[in-house]
Write a protein of this length. Sequence first.
Length: 153
Amino acid sequence: MVRRTRFDDSDCPVARSVDAIGDWWSLLIVRDAFDGSRRFGEFQRSLGVAKNILAARLRALVDGGVLDVVPASDGSAYNEYVLTPKGRDLFNVIVALRQWGEAHFFTSGEPHSELVERGTGRPLRPLEVRSADGRPIGPDDTVVHKIDRSLPA
């Protein structure tokens, strides 16, 4: 079996994030948790993923602090998975992926699921990255300051 490269000690926040949530099953589990799935069977039915893969991904998300395991809300003997504050902070990531997918992977007029505001039923505005003073900015307006490991600490 090929060993996966780890990025949990990388200087790059993107690499560390991908290390924690880097496979599609994990992101789809988080998406389903935002959509209200809480039990193993609900995730399994929604995703159609093999039970062993789902169990491994759920365990990794719990170990990574993205999900918590709690007693079932209906008082039954089952457990449920709920998003932690760290997991809820992935909301913008899920919305950004959804909006990117809507813009690039559906033809005009092609039906697809839609995220709407609960209170109004209206679609969300596209996410924007803004500067500290509120101006919209894009990739040409930013630069990454990388750590120079050649300098003594």
